[in-house]
Write a protein of this length. Structure first.
Length: 379
């Protein structure tokens, strides 16, 4: 008897058929009810936050507010549904739309097209407020904040730095080296300089040459994870005023909103992710077939590597993993795509990677889609 699976792949699905008696594990998240109305849930969370006063009690009339949002690789966060409710709440607190800016926290990811800005933020937010893209290599657009105990020299987006209030919007999922996404990652790497990002990410390498990756930098680990600890220090240096983080169910629907203090609200959300996605496997197998769930999680192989990391935990040593990943942006980011030239010499690859992480090259501006320079303003 055959067992048929329909798995997400890009903007569509792929169907596979396997002998039913050979299927040992079907690993999916636990059911979690979708939010009936995302806007209503966001407003409620803003008014009854975790570890912080209500948003209206934090912002003052006439202040300037910067909102950071995730990029195109995380459209599942549904900023288009979150931002209108957040903007309305700020308006009620006395902050008009003209005092609010949105910074897309690209980290070191590629720049957006204008159309992608609309996809991420939604037409209403694009119409109401100015939207800018973070440029991690544009030194004029960065401000130095401080240096962490691990030597990461943190500079962040100037607009975020100079605003009276900073609110970070994002989503929480497992992350293969940071433990979990969301929370402090809106700061590091989201709006940080390229140099600081490289310094922070170097912590995911083993301390000794030839040691490969740091075993502490693993999915769900935030207790002994040096990279996460440094990201926490980065967030402490910036001390954002408020966060709005969401979680999603296995169907890709938003199911929870966690708002409030940048650490306490996020930490509460990580526990919810564990409840939904902390799934045990019956046994490890010779073959694992894994899907990221489609766009945007398989937008490129760099994002798709998170799926392969999850699959690794279910595979026997020497087993085979088949990843169903569409990867329309297969060459993004260029730094990651360039790693594959070292497939036959892993030690040389590691040496090159360590040299780049510890001594990152700095560039002034990111290229746009025409190969020309841009200032990141697609408003």
């Amino acid at each position: 008897m055959e067992k048929v699976f329909e798995l997400g792949f890009g903007q569509g699905t792929q169907t596979i058929s396997l002998p039913a008696e050979k299927v040992v594990n079907e690993v999916e998240g636990k059911d979690a009810p979708a939010l009936a109305d995302v806007g209503v849930a966001v407003t409620a969370a803003l008014r009854s936050p975790i570890g912080a006063p209500a948003l209206k009690e934090i912002v003052k009339p006439g202040e300037t507010v910067c909102l950071t949002v995730n990029d195109i690789t995380r459209t599942w966060v549904r900023h288009d549904l979150i931002l209108p409710a957040l903007l309305n709440e700020l308006n009620e607190a006395g902050v008009p739309d003209e005092n609010i800016t949105v910074v897309i926290a690209l980290g070191s990811h590629r720049a957006h097209s204008p159309e992608e800005n609309v996809i991420v933020c939604g037409e209403e937010a694009i119409r109401r407020v100015k939207v800018y893209q973070h440029e991690c290599k544009n030194e004029e657009g960065l401000c130095y904040v401080g240096t962490t105990s691990r030597g990461v020299e943190l500079s962040i987006n100037r607009r975020a730095f100079e605003a009276d209030r900073l609110i970070c919007v994002g989503g929480i999922v497992y992350h293969l080296i940071a433990g979990f996404g969301g929370g402090r990652k809106s700061i590091m790497p989201g709006i940080s300089s390229y140099k600081a990002i490289q310094q922070n990410h170097s912590l995911s390498l083993a301390t000794e040459r030839g040691g490969g990756s740091n075993p502490n930098c693993a999915s769900s680990n935030i207790t002994t994870n040096e990279m996460n600890a440094d990201q926490m220090e980065c967030a402490e240096l910036v001390n954002p005023d408020f966060i709005v983080n969401v979680t999603m169910n296995p169907k890709g629907e938003l199911c929870d909103v966690f708002a409030g203090h940048w650490h306490q609200a996020w930490l509460t959300g990580t526990k919810r992710v564990e409840e939904i996605y902390g799934i045990s496997v019956n046994e490890k197998t010779d073959l694992v077939i894994a899907s990221a769930g489609g766009f945007p999680k398989d937008i490129n192989l760099y994002q798709g590597s998170k799926t392969l990391d999850n699959a690794y935990y279910a595979a026997k040593p020497g087993g085979v993993i088949i990843g169903l990943l569409a990867c329309p942006d297969i060459k993004e980011p260029p730094d990651f795509a360039g790693w594959f030239q070292y497939a036959g010499d892993l030690l040389k690859f590691e040496d090159t990677l360590r040299a780049e992480l510890y001594n990152p090259r700095l560039y002034c501006l990111l290229p746009n889609f025409d190969g020309e320079e841009n200032d990141g303003d697609f408003s």
